[in-house]
Design a protein around this ligand. Structure first.
Ligand SMILES: Cc1cc2nc3c(=O)[nH]c(=O)nc-3n(C[C@H](O)[C@H](O)[C@H](O)COP(=O)(O)OP(=O)(O)OC[C@H]3O[C@@H](n4cnc5c(N)ncnc54)[C@H](O)[C@@H]3O)c2cc1C
Length: 173
């Protein structure tokens, strides 16, 4: 068996994250969510940055809040350089060192250094990372079925790794 079930988005337990105006970035990018601004995106990894770029290109105001002090997406790759440039040129705001505390009635409260601040949002988008969906591994172990786990199911990364590992698993059968 080759397990290639991918990954699913994860969030952290922030009070108010179950609000109706909170949506996952994957649902935003696949058109499942009505787009209204201003948008606050939680997380400035590739998914958060690309979602910001997508929304800004539609003329929607975007602020990205990122807990880390420095951009998780560096500017030294072509992809990272263009994402930062496009977001800046479109008027998007990237705020680093921003730890989100809670969400209440469209107010996203966060702490930056020693100061608490509030960002107003009509839509809040979560882009806080992904976790491997490898839950079937336990079943396969119990049934003693030989298996290989590939792609995001092994560890959430990118398309090239998934293709490479899937190809190798097929070759080695
Ligand atoms: C918003 C976003 C943007 C991205 N942009 C890029 C990018 O620009 N470049 C890049 O390289 N990577 C990008 N990635 C990462 C990339 O999408 C993944 O690394 C890649 O898709 C992993 O491939 P995979 O085949 O392992 O998993 P997936 O592509 O996730 O495929 C897993 C499939 O398994 C199915 N599945 C799950 N459970 C079961 C089950 N029990 N039975 C049957 N089927 C099941 C799922 O429905 C899914 O179709 C992005 C990811 C996201 C979320």
């Amino acid at each position: 068996m080759i397990l290639a079930c991918g990954s699913y988005p994860v969030t952290v337990p922030i009070p108010g994250l179950d609000s109706k105006i909170v949506a996952d970035a994957r649902d935003v990018l696949t058109g499942k969510v009505e787009l209204v601004g201003p948008v606050v995106i939680l997380g400035a990894g590739y998914v958060g940055m690309e979602t910001a770029d997508y929304l800004l290109a539609k003329g929607i105001a975007v602020t990205v809040l990122e807990m880390q002090q420095f951009p998780p997406v560096g500017k030294l790759t072509a992809h990272g350089y263009w994402l930062h440039k496009r977001i800046k040129d479109a008027g998007g705001r990237l705020i680093f060192g921003a730890q989100v505390l809670d969400i209440e009635a469209g107010d996203v409260r966060y702490r930056q250094e020693d100061t608490e601040r509030v960002e107003r949002a009509a839509l809040i988008v979560t882009a806080m990372g992904a976790k491997s969906d490898n839950s079937l591994e336990d079943v396969l172990k119990d049934l003693a079925i030989p298996y290989r786990t590939v792609g995001d199911a092994k560890s959430p990364r990118r398309i090239l790794e998934a293709i490479h590992e899937g190809h190798r698993a097929g070759e080695e059968l």
